[in-house]
Design a protein around this ligand. Structure first.
Ligand SMILES: C[S@@+](CC[C@H](N)C(=O)[O-])C[C@H]1O[C@@H](n2cnc3c(N)ncnc32)[C@H](O)[C@@H]1O
Length: 222
């Protein structure tokens, strides 16, 4: 339940990030990434927000997708490019990694993507960044296109929420001491999606879990 607080620490070492996050959260974020990936149709044009070392983008490229992916951590992008270079054939040509924050999303073309994906990123954004990013998601998706998220949110149920908030505090303090930053569970994601003009289709979250897999789409009519 608390593992997502420590992600900021794991991000400092992109080459071992996937392996260590697996160890810390017992494979839950890997499973969430797979759940996101499974909702993307083969051959889609995809934009990934906060791609980290590019694991999800590579899996999508192996299914014929073309992926534009960006991340605000230069070392993550270097790792993503290096690992893409190891892919067989011309798969790397389907992957475009950019060192950039969400504040640069205005560069992407309106209506250009079948899907936008983002895993374990929204909880690292400020409220303004999240609203800005979701606004651009609604702009860059084609009509009917999908937004697929794995996102840290408060657990469901009052007791679980209170316990989570209490237990989280020391982990947040530790992460702040080491990295000068932390994650924040996204509190009002349903409102944020609606505010951006996106329609929520599915919200999947296990009891007691702070990780949700969320599916939304850009409506056919504006
Ligand atoms: C916990 S990692 C998740 C990486 C990958 N998506 C995954 O599922 O493993 C969060 C990523 O979001 C990136 N990030 C944080 N704030 C960002 C921002 N404002 N713009 C773009 N990327 C950002 C971080 O650099 C980091 O690589």
């Amino acid at each position: 339940m608390l593992s997502y607080v420590f992600m900021k620490i794991l991000e400092a070492r992109p080459a071992s990030y996937d392996r260590r996050i697996d160890r810390v959260d017992g494979g839950r974020s890997r499973a969430a990434r797979q759940a996101v990936q499974a909702r993307v149709a083969d051959g889609s044009r995809v934009l990934e927000i906060g791609c980290g070392p590019g694991t999800l983008a590579r899996s999508l490229a192996q299914r014929g997708c073309t992926v534009d992916a960006f991340d605000a951590n230069r070392a993550m992008i270097e790792e993503a490019r290096s690992q893409a270079g190891d892919l067989a054939g011309d798969l790397a040509d389907h992957l475009h990694f950019r060192f950039m924050g969400v504040d640069g999303m205005d560069r992407y073309q309106a209506g250009a993507y079948d899907a936008v994906v983002s895993t374990l990123v929204l909880s690292e954004l400020s409220d303004d960044e999240r609203h800005y990013a979701l606004g651009h998601v609604a702009r860059v998706l084609r009509r009917g296109g999908l937004l697929l998220l794995a996102v840290e949110v408060p657990p469901t149920g009052t007791g679980a929420r209170a316990l989570h908030a209490l237990a989280r505090a020391p982990a947040v303090a530790t992460t702040w001491l080491i990295t000068g930053s932390s994650t924040r569970p996204v509190q009002h994601l349903r409102d944020d999606l609606a505010g951006a003009g996106l329609v929520l289709d599915d919200w999947s979250q296990n009891a007691g879990s702070a990780l949700a897999v969320v599916v939304a789409h850009r409506p056919e009519e504006a």
